[in-house]
Write a protein that binds this ligand. Structure first.
Ligand code: EPU
Length: 434
């Protein structure tokens, strides 16, 4: 079992290059299944979530070839319908995109129900509502989702999402891309990765309009053809390094970013006294000698991203004064605060609100990464604490941050990844995050 050992007290300095966006890649890889031809995709992040999806595609019969560490070619021309490999699918939440992609391509899909154990109940009712409106019979039985287009192909429909959902918006776009006729998704999510999926599909011959607004229109086409595409940089990975630079009082140039996607994070960091300078495709973050408290409320884009909430929670422990976090997306995304308390943080949680009494000295401790972003928060806290912090369950972190330890070490962090045998003897954990 891998652990990170962190000796705190080193400010981060230097430059870091941001990888491709995880939450775009995990939809674009399944989207390749709908393409009749070769997809050349650049800026694929090297993380375990994308590895797992590529393995699923290969098991379905796709040809996958790495041209370099972040560029792949996927050819699904000769893939024929078959059930997706369940043991892999249940390990990754984004496997739900195979429902939309397989329904679009084959008119049928059988997948496992995605997990979602980490932030409270995470239903997929809006995905199912969308597929049903497009003319599929969807049945959830014994942990599986069975979906079949009633007359072999989906038909465009008008769908109003009862809840703003990234996953449902992307899944319906996927299914609708090869449906007959026009689909209109209202109350759609507007995250940058939704625009990226639409741009990918359009570059392969789809007709998706309005992505990035709350109304997305998809004119179904008969076929998608091969093409080339580069995935956008990861907003949350960039935000995590911004917070890490601010928390450690360092100075870091964060390269290969789209500063517009980072505005909400930059604005909050500036409120703490941190200096954030924006350039064309990079941001420079200079930590302040003392941080001011801030309040955040997480919301769908363009609001403050829920995925940045745990890293900001770690920063708030260091800021002077009382900060308040209101979690507006998930029922339960504060488990990591128990871990921060082990390091001396003073945090009260009541439902979706956390109150952090900042300005306390954090001390190194053995802690767990409860999920991907919680893990990033523990690493940030560890880098600011006095003494040694040991972060366990780092497999969560490696689902979403490419070469996290290597990039932090290059910035001067004292962090090592050590591999020790798991005392339970189990190496096949079922985890459902992201
Ligand atoms: N929801 C429903 N019904 C649905 C779908 C969602 O009630 O059918 C609820 C969820 O329970 C949640 C809210 O709507 O309370 C928003 O969920 P959403 O569907 O937007 O999230 P998701 O698609 O499951 C993706 C990312 C998450 C990120 C959220 C919000 C992937 C694979 N995951 O999840 O990423 O937090 O959008 O931006 O894209 C992460 O990267 O750390 C991560 C957790």
């Amino acid at each position: 079992m891998e652990k990170y050992i962190i000796n705190g007290g080193k400010a981060l300095h230097g430059e870091v290059e941001i990888s491709g966006a995880k939450n775009a890649a995990v939809a674009i890889i399944p989207a390749a299944l709908m393409v009749d031809g070769v997809c050349h995709i650049e800026n694929i992040p090297q993380i375990s979530d994308t590895d797992m999806l590529l393995t699923i595609l290969k098991e379905l019969g796709a040809k996958v070839r790495f041209l370099n560490k972040s560029t792949i070619e996927i050819d699904c021309t000769h893939v024929r319908y078959q059930d997706a490999p369940y043991d892999l699918m249940r390990k990754i939440r984004a496997s739900y995109y195979l429902i939309g992609a397989m329904l679009g391509r084959f008119g049928s899909a059988k997948t496992t129900m995605p997990g979602g154990c980490n932030f409270g109940v995470r239903p997929i009712d809006q995905h199912i509502k969308g597929m049903t409106a497009l003319g599929a019979d969807v049945d959830v039985k014994n942990g599986f989702v069975y979906a079949d287009a009633r007359d072999g192909r989906l038909h465009g429909a008008r769908i109003y999402l009862d809840k703003v959902s990234v996953g449902a918006t992307m899944n319906i776009i996927l299914a609708a891309a090869l449906a007959q006729g026009r689909t209109i998704i209202e109350n759609a999510a507007r995250e940058p990765h939704i625009v990226d999926l639409a741009n990918f599909l359009n570059s392969m011959g789809a007709d998706v309009r309005g992505a990035g607004t709350d109304t997305v229109k998809v004119n179904g086409v008969d076929r998608l053809h091969g093409g080339s595409y580069a995935i956008i940089p990861d907003q949350i990975e960039a935000g995590t390094y911004m917070v890490a630079a601010a928390a450690t009082g360092g100075e870091v140039l964060i390269k290969n970013v789209i500063p517009r996607h980072l505005e909400c994070i930059s604005a909050k960091l500036r409120e703490t006294g941190t200096i954030v300078q924006e350039y064309e495709d990079s941001v420079l973050v200079k930590g302040a000698s003392s941080l001011r408290k801030v309040n955040i409320k997480t919301l769908p884009y363009p609001g403050f991203p829920t995925d940045m909430q745990p890293p900001m929670g770690a920063l708030m422990c260091l800021a002077n004064g009382t900060s308040v976090i209101t979690e507006g997306v998930y029922d339960n995304r504060f488990k990591y605060t128990n871990e921060l308390r082990k390091m001396g943080a003073e945090i009260q949680v009541d439902g979706r609100v956390a109150v952090i009494e900042g300005g306390k000295r954090l001390t190194g401790a053995p802690v767990h990464a409860c999920d991907l972003r919680a893990g990033a928060a523990m690493v940030i806290a560890g880098m600011c604490a006095t003494g040694t912090t040991v972060v366990e369950d780092v497999h969560y972190i490696e689902r979403g941050y490419e070469n996290f330890v290597g990039k932090l070490k290059a910035l001067g962090a004292d962090i090592e990844c050590v591999d020790e045998p798991d005392e339970s003897g189990s190496s096949d954990k079922i985890v459902c995050v992201c």
